[in-house]
Write a new protein. Structure first.
Ligand SMILES: C[S@@+](CC[C@H](N)C(=O)[O-])C[C@H]1O[C@@H](n2cnc3c(N)ncnc32)[C@H](O)[C@@H]1O
Length: 278
């Protein structure tokens, strides 16, 4: 009798074990389905609307030769779309399930060779390899990333879905025109990392002193014993400065040198300047 009970129990336990293993195996096979609003450490998951993915990549003019890094890449849609535009894409995402899903979608879409997904905290990721950075985070996180972004190579483009960089005004913006009112996921901003040009520059004609606040420039041109206020703008390494109403410098900055074309009363000449002080 006792042996009978024991053997029944053993069979029951065995059945339970087999059932549990089968159930576990089935759970493991079940595809991971990401949910909007899924909690995450710094910002909850909310995927960019497909129209915004395209508009953001257009705003960045992302294409072959670019490395597009999406910080907090979610299901990988931005990176995969960048690869479809001919760029190389890197997704940085804390959630390993989303990284796994991104890799398998990239495989299915035939762009796996141009994409890479890493399970990593975005704050630890080396941004120097990016020519384009896409963000759909929040203003607080943008502001935490901002000092690092401002130290990247001039010309690096940064596009943020919805959220700004506060007093660093954007260089350009796009909006999903199909939405009559827009709060979230329907507007994006572009910043182009400006070269650092604050300081004193020597030109054959005189001395140019520049102050810089992000991409905006102010200062003075001192020539022939006169000082004329100047104002300008820098987008990546492309500089434009106006002095009085009649003089406009346009050109390119390369480290401690810059130069290009100066128009005086509409007549073009060449100009070149060398930095002589910070
Ligand atoms: C609003 S979603 C944006 C997803 C994607 N970029 C898009 O536009 O569809 C933000 C993503 O950031 C991820 N995330 C949050 N904090 C992170 C961190 N510190 N490092 C990496 N990823 C993070 C979340 O898991 C989530 O997938």
């Amino acid at each position: 009798m006792f042996t009978n009970i024991v053997s029944h129990r053993a069979v029951a336990l065995l059945c339970l074990a087999v059932f549990s293993i089968a159930a576990f195996a089935q759970g493991a096979d079940k595809p991971f389905v990401p949910r909007a609003g899924m909690p995450a450490r710094d910002v909850a998951r909310l995927p960019a609307e497909p129209v915004m993915v395209n508009k953001m990549l257009e705003l960045a003019k992302a294409g072959p030769g670019d490395v597009v890094v999406d910080l907090g890449s979610g299901d990988g849609r931005m990176v995969i779309s960048a690869a479809r535009h001919g760029a190389r894409g890197i997704g940085v995402e804390l959630n390993p399930d989303l990284v796994k899903l991104s890799r398998s979608t990239a495989e299915k879409e035939g762009v796996a060779a141009r994409t890479r997904f890493v399970t990593q905290d975005m704050y630890d990721f080396d941004l120097n390899q990016a020519s384009v950075i896409t963000l759909f985070l929040d203003t607080k996180i943008n502001m935490r990333l901002r000092p690092r972004i401002l130290n990247l190579k001039p010309g690096t483009r940064v596009i943020s879905n919805t959220f700004t960089m506060e007093d660093w005004r954007h260089d350009d913006t796009i909006r999903d025109e199909t939405k009559s009112s827009c709060i979230l996921n329907c507007v994006a901003f572009l910043w182009v990392v400006p070269a650092k040009v604050a300081g004193t520059w020597q030109l054959p004609q005189g001395e140019l002193k520049l102050e810089q606040r992000f991409q905006m420039l102010t200062g003075n041109m001192n020539a022939g014993g006169r000082s004329v206020p100047v104002a300008g703008r820098i987008r990546g390494d492309q500089i434009t400065i106006a002095a009085a109403d009649t003089v406009e410098f346009t050109g390119r900055v390369a480290g401690t040198e810059m130069g290009g074309t100066i128009k005086i009363n509409g007549v073009p000449h060449g100009w070149r300047a060398v930095r002589i002080g910070k």
